[in-house]
Write a protein that binds this ligand. Structure first.
Ligand SMILES: C[S@@+](CC[C@H](N)C(=O)[O-])C[C@H]1O[C@@H](n2cnc3c(N)ncnc32)[C@H](O)[C@@H]1O
Ligand code: SF4
Length: 350
């Protein structure tokens, strides 16, 4: 097998990572140019930053404003950087991997400044595949330092982990694992599971967690994956969401009775000490999805630049079929469920 030795495969600045050419062309959809680029310092942004004390004070102030004063400022931003992707997963809306739109660094800076100005303090970079985003010499690490300079308390990147991500400077990293090897590869493509596990182990990052999106293909391996995660020293925890039926992917949704059975298994594992990020209160709410939604806690900025004050699922009209764990967790926070508040602090306060 020939190996590329020159082009950096890592998001680390300038790092050159040996990578099988066959693996690369498969993982990158044949585009060697799609690699995350050299990191260069972000310009200073003239927005005053909050120190650690200010950050600690911000969360209770935000909560009191939201819970008792009717304020609806977002706390978190989900920012889609492009729809370029090196995979084409079965469950993913085709528009998110059509490789037609990628934002410029300046556009993302404006979007971050806007989100910060309306109250958001946490940002999750999404795609497409965010680790392959680039604009000239700017790569994903430049967006992370940009967000920090603006004043965001922490940054998250959600990735399919098909490229090495050692050197990725996000506060926390979510790797999407949609099952044990057989199931994950069925959804995401042959070899994607082993590649993701290899890159997780090599990353050296202290806060790598995984997210499993449960659907009608992978529903039977939930427990096996959770136990595998528990035994993996490189993975901190696992979170669970269910497939949300965006147009064209409705057939992947798990029927409600099966969803409830899976949730009971997850709750039992959580109570037995398996490192599951979702709280028991949030998991219970997910069984029926019958609760008032507080999804304004996140603002979303889509790949085409559309700025939404709530999840895109609301625009599509599928809130009643939502599978995202976040909605239930937010509801539990506002109901003062202590297990959810502790889970949220563990996730957000390092
Ligand atoms: C759209 S991907 C983008 C980031 C990256 N490419 C990845 O796969 O992790 C973000 C997350 O959304 C999940 N996802 C995609 N389509 C979904 C759907 N219809 N319902 C619920 N989750 C979905 C993916 O499994 C992944 O965990
Ligand atoms: S889930 Fe992520 S990796 Fe898979 S096609 Fe969608 S954006 Fe790409």
């Amino acid at each position: 097998m020939s190996r590329f030795e020159i082009v950096g495969r890592s998001v680390r600045s300038g790092a050159s990572v040996p990578f099988d050419s066959e693996e690369w062309s498969e993982a990158a959809g044949g585009s060697k140019d799609a690699v995350a680029r050299r990191s260069i310092p972000a310009p200073e942004i003239p927005i005053p930053q909050q120190g650690k004390l200010g950050q600690l004070a911000y969360l209770p102030a935000w909560f009191i404003g939201a819970r008792f004063m009717g304020k609806t400022n977002p706390l978190q931003t989900v920012l889609f950087v492009s729809n370029h992707c090196n995979l084409a997963c079965k469950h993913c809306d085709a528009s998110t991997h059509s490789n037609t739109m990628s934002k410029s660094y300046d556009q993302i800076r404006e979007e971050l400044e806007y989100s910060y100005s309306i109250g958001s303090r946490f940002v999750d970079f999404e795609g497409g595949e965010p680790t392959i985003w680039h604009d000239g010499h700017y790569g994903i690490n430049d967006l992370i330092s940009l967000a920090r300079n603006i004043g965001f308390f922490s940054t998250t990147v959600t990735t399919n982990a098909q490229l090495p991500f050692d050197g990725l400077e996000a506060t926390s990293i979510w790797v999407s694992l949609d099952g044990t090897r057989e199931y994950h590869d069925q959804i995401r493509g042959a070899g994607t599971f082993d590649r993701a596990l290899k890159n997780i182990a090599a990353s050296g990052h202290k806060a790598v967690s995984v997210n499993m999106t449960i659907n009608c293909i992978n529903k039977d391996c939930v427990e096996d994956l959770a136990h595998m995660v528990a035994e993996n020293p490189h993975i901190k925890s696992i979170s669970f969401s269910f497939h949300t039926p965006y147009p064209g992917t409705e057939h992947m949704m798990l029927p409600w009775d099966q969803r409830e059975q899976v949730l009971d298994k997850i709750i039992a594992m959580k109570k037995a000490g398996v490192p599951i990020m979702n709280s028991v209160s949030g998991l219970e709410l997910m069984k029926t999805n019958d609760f008032p939604k507080d999804c304004w806690v996140c603002n979303f900025i889509l790949t085409d630049g559309t700025r939404l004050s709530e999840c895109p699922g609301k625009t599509v009209g599928i809130c009643d079929q939502c599978g995202f764990g976040m909605g239930a967790e937010m509801r539990s926070v506002f109901q003062f469920k202590p297990d959810t508040i502790l889970a949220g602090l563990d996730l957000r306060v390092s």
